[in-house]
Design a protein around this ligand. Structure first.
Ligand code: XMP
Length: 528
């Protein structure tokens, strides 16, 4: 049976059919923000499969195509007759109109991008309690010009006559704007109207129900077998450790590999926290000398990453053999790792990405063939913000739940060129000061990442009566939503002054501090 995939798992209350929009994931997140469980599935998902999953509603995403183009993605036309309410967004609405006998007009100077004020013609159902004139975000070339039989207009804008439409008999709705984006001021209220009023969903997707279900599932999956987890101290692996500990107690062994590139005090903090305070089995593996020896003389960034990744796997393999045998490997795979926005790559029966790869940036990717584990991935249905909530509910402190991202290869890719112990010590001290001052200024949570970079060049300075010839430290602070694009943070001068003073005074080997004011693109966040 198609829905067997969902046998042990919660079925989605709302299915989002993905037509390749960059916003499909965002729609899923917005629906979940209303405590209703949603999954993204391919637009090719058949009406038969949808009938088996029996969601309470379907949302058709936007997409880059025009409904008139030759390869325009189309959904199964039987979905209009399933008796399940449908909301078409942008392309999704145009497809609904076209398939049901209306007309869509190709872009003809009437394209509309950006904010538009919504004039409400009929507030029933979808637009209940939406303020007349509220701002919605538009991004379309084509527009609907003739509605199919039975449809009525719910709202218009100055450029778009059919901005929101409905066929009440069949519970079919369409909006030309994007209610999922933040610029649509009451967009979330429209989504709420759809899921609660039209689809009659219950707000039953909560952190606590997730935790209960995940624990039951993990217990069922692993039985009495042993599970290994590579703990990095990041929010995903830490939340996973807490969740698994709660589910299977001592059947869980965490392995914390200290490659020597962590930040100041971090290994000690992690061991104290997990092992001592919460009595979670953590094996501390001191592999510092192995890693730094492997990097001797290596200057090329890509080569450094490869060497670190390969050495991580070697240590992991040796240590898991020593501590094992283990039947399962736990991974902090998240929902965005499983789905991909391009609809064609989603399995139309399960909504999962067709080729699911082992998460590579945890450095466990590419495990040797003879080291085969079965995988335990209880977070694979969650978005990052949901993981944070789960972590917090399980008792993880803000220090872990809200910490900045930190790359797997750690400080090694923040020392340009060859990595030495001396440079590592220097960078570790400077990095500590950067984060310390940012915290004191109350800016830690407003910044995506704040760190120091060490440049392997020397410049002349003077300290006291002595001439110095030492390294500069770069301060790199960026704001970002997802790490894909970023802007440099406009830090107050006073903070910059403190940073500069403290770093040159307190950090041995540094006589100059500079500020990186490059956005991404063209720069990357990390320097290597
Ligand atoms: P870039 O430097 O590409 O970084 O702008 C984007 C985000 O990814 C993080 N990053 C990594 N994370 N392993 C990781 O786990 C890595 O090798 C790695 N390289 C970059 C970076 O810190 C930023 O958040």
């Amino acid at each position: 049976m198609h829905s067997s995939h969902f046998k042990d798992q919660r079925k989605p209350s709302i299915v989002i059919l993905d037509f390749g929009s960059q916003y499909s994931e965002l729609i899923a997140r917005r629906v979940r923000e209303t405590n209703v469980y949603s999954l993204v599935m391919s637009y090719t998902t058949s009406a038969e499969v949808l009938q088996e999953i029996a969601p309470k509603g379907i949302i058709l995403s936007g997409g880059p195509a025009s409904v008139y183009s030759k390869d325009a993605p189309v959904c199964d036309p039987l979905i209009w007759n399933l008796g399940i309410p449908v909301l078409g967004v942008c392309y999704g609405m145009q497809l609904m109109v076209k398939q049901l006998g209306g007309e869509v007009e190709a872009a003809s100077g009437k394209a509309e991008y950006g904010k538009a004020s919504l004039s409400i013609d009929n507030p029933k159902g979808l637009l209940e309690n939406i303020i007349d004139g509220s701002v919605m975000w538009m991004s379309h070339g084509d527009s609907v010009n003739t509605l199919p039989d039975g449809f009525i207009r719910l709202a218009h804008t100055s450029n778009t006559l059919e901005a929101a439409i409905a066929l009440f008999d069949k519970q079919l709705f369409g909006v030309q704007f994007h209610p999922e984006v933040i610029h649509s001021s009451q967009g979330i209220d429209i989504i709420r109207n759809f899921v609660y009023k039209i689809c009659t969903c219950k707000p039953d997707w909560t952190t606590n129900t997730f935790i209960d279900e995940a624990i039951a599932q993990v217990r069922k999956q692993v039985g009495k077998k042993r599970v290994l987890l590579a703990l990095s101290g990041g929010v995903d692996s830490s939340t996973l450790a807490f969740l698994l500990h709660k589910a299977i107690g001592d059947q869980l062994t965490c392995m914390f590999i200290d490659q020597g590139f962590m930040r100041k005090g971090e290994p000690e903090f992690l061991m104290n926290f997990f092992d001592k305070k919460f009595d979670i089995n953590v094996e501390y593996i001191n592999a510092r000398s192995r890693f730094i020896n492997k990097l001797l003389g290596i200057k090329d960034p890509e080569e450094k990453r490869k060497i670190i990744g390969a050495e991580f796997i070697r240590v992991f393999e040796e240590e898991s053999n020593r501590l094992g045998p283990f039947d399962y490997l736990a991974q902090g795979t998240l929902y965005p790792d499983v789905i991909e926005s391009a609809g064609t790559n989603l399995d139309p029966k399960t909504g999962e990405r067709v080729a699911v790869k082992i998460k590579s940036h945890h450095n466990v990717g590419g495990l040797p063939k003879d080291l085969q584990f079965k995988l335990v991935e209880p977070l694979r249905r969650l978005f990052k913000d949901e993981v944070r909530k789960v972590g917090k509910a399980l008792g993880l402190p803000d220090e872990i739940v809200r910490r900045h991202p930190f790359p797997g290869p750690g400080l090694a890719i923040r020392i340009l060129g060859e990595v030495t112990s001396e440079k590592l010590n220097c960078l570790r001290d400077a990095d500590f000061i950067v984060r310390d001052e940012i915290r004191k200024a109350g800016l830690y949570h407003e910044i995506w990442q704040a760190f120091a970079v060490l440049l392997p060049v020397c410049s002349v300075g003077v300290m006291g009566d002595k001439r110095t010839y030492a390294w500069p430290i770069v301060i790199r602070c960026v704001s970002s939503e997802d790490g894909m694009t970023a802007d440099w943070s406009h830090l107050p001068y006073e903070l910059l002054e403190n940073l500069s003073n403290r770093i040159v005074n307190e950090v041995e080997g540094v006589n100059r501090v500079v500020l990186d004011i490059t956005s991404k693109p063209p720069g990357t966040i990390e320097w290597e």
